[in-house]
Design a protein around this ligand. Structure first.
Ligand code: GDD
Ligand code: MG
Length: 361
């Protein structure tokens, strides 16, 4: 079996983190988003993974050898010379997908999706209904930024509407699919949207089914959703693998801390905090609902809430950062500064307070 991961797209909504690396390589729960997906694909028996790329290809290619060795799976890049959208890359990679694929099936994943990846269930259901495609579907409160699905009681999709203006249903496309290879011939070799141009036709022809995704799901391609996804994955770890979570008198609720991080026993951490490798958290620090990526230093008595601190950033003493703020790589924040609802570009030094909403500095 094969899989194609849609790795392209500029990841603009996850800036300033995506100034450093493409979205799939940004760590989520201390490993690149892409690694969560590759792990799940290998587990369900996928032998070859095609990364459909169009952005920072050199950064992607560097990672591939590492991932191949780690997961003992063949990983190849299919590189577009112009962005081909969400369907065009499948057509471009046709030869790779059909070669040595006796089952004639392939998974397609959006690269910014995090869930428990119960791909075995998707596979089982797809084989049962025996039509061209199955989409993992889940329910959200606000479906307006997703693909919305209308299906009958057997799971057959009757209509697919991408980002509808009006409320139609709260069942949405999770961005995880399983297809028969015959589906590839529906796609022309030019920029094509699978959601707008291919799914509506497959639905009309009765070739598309939905399968309700068990467990949590989140598109983590925007800072607010990335933080919400953090809450969900930590809760999932608590249910399935509680031993990975941190324990201690200074730990509140669900917290994940890399073994190489140094945490002062007088810092209070949690709930919903993830601390990456080589981080240092000093005395009196208070962390809640936040993520520290690799190599971050938080100096004494600072408070971080609802924010993401990028790689190798240093936060001074008595600093307060909140309101879905995001620091890019190597940001230096001076002592006693207040930052609210702001995005700080990589390598910046912040020496005065930022109160205003959506400031990008
Ligand atoms: N190779 C390649 N080339 N990949 C692309 C391109 C391209 O030109 N354009 C987008 N992608 C990739 C993105 O990197 C991402 O992994 C995936 O295609 C979907 O693009 P997004 O930009 O993240 O779309 P979205 O989040 O607005 O909507 C999609 O995901 C929702 C679930 O999160 C749609 O599939 C919706 O229907 C769905 O509900
Ligand atoms: Mg997305």
């Amino acid at each position: 079996m094969k899989a194609l991961i849609l790795v392209g797209g500029y990841g603009t909504r996850l800036r300033p983190l995506t100034f450093k690396c493409p979205k799939p390589l940004v760590e989520f729960a201390n490993k690149p988003i892409l690694m969560h997906q590759i792990e799940a694909l290998v587990k369900v028996g996928v032998q070859e993974i095609i990364l459909a790329i169009n952005y920072q290809p050199d950064t992607m290619k560097e990672q591939i050898n590492k991932l191949q060795d780690l997961y003992k799976v063949k990983i190849i890049c299919s590189q577009e010379t112009e962005p081909l959208g969400t369907a065009g890359p499948i057509r471009l990679a046709k030869d790779h997908i059909i070669k040595d694929n006796p089952e004639g099936l392939f998974f397609v994943l959006n690269s910014d999706i995090i869930c428990e990846f119960p791909l075995d269930k998707l596979l089982q259901f797809h084989k049962q209904h025996n039509h061209e495609g199955t989409i993992f579907v889940n329910e959200v409160d606000d479906p307006s930024k997703y693909g919305v699905i209308l299906a009958d009681e057997t799971g057959r999709i009757k209509d697919f509407i991408e980002k509808p203006q009006e409320f139609i249903s709260n069942k949405i496309n999770s961005g995880l699919y399983l297809f028969n290879v015959s589906m590839i011939d529906r796609i022309p070799l030019k920029p094509t949207s699978i959601e707008r141009e291919i799914f509506p036709i497959m639905a009309k022809e009765g070739q598309l089914y939905q399968y309700i995704l068990p467990g949590f799901w989140k598109d983590v391609g925007q800072p607010k959703d990335y933080l919400a996804g953090t809450v969900l994955i930590l809760e999932s770890y608590k249910t399935h693998t509680p031993d990975v979570l941190a324990k201690g008198n200074n730990i509140v609720g669900n917290v994940l801390i890399d073994a190489s991080a140094q945490i002062d026993p007088n810092a209070v951490i949690g709930p919903n905090v993830i601390i990456g490798p080589d981080c240092q958290v000093k005395e009196g620090v208070r962390l809640k609902n936040c993520v520290l990526l690799k190599g971050v230093i938080i100096n004494a008595n600072s408070w971080i809430n609802e924010s993401i601190i990028g790689w190798s950033s240093t936060i001074g003493k008595w600093v307060r950062i909140e309101g879905v703020s995001v620091c890019g790589e190597d940001v230096q924040v001076k002592d006693e500064v207040y930052i609210n609802q702001s995005f700080i570009l990589p390598h910046r030094g912040i020496t005065s307070n930022i109160y205003n909403k959506n400031t990008v500095i």
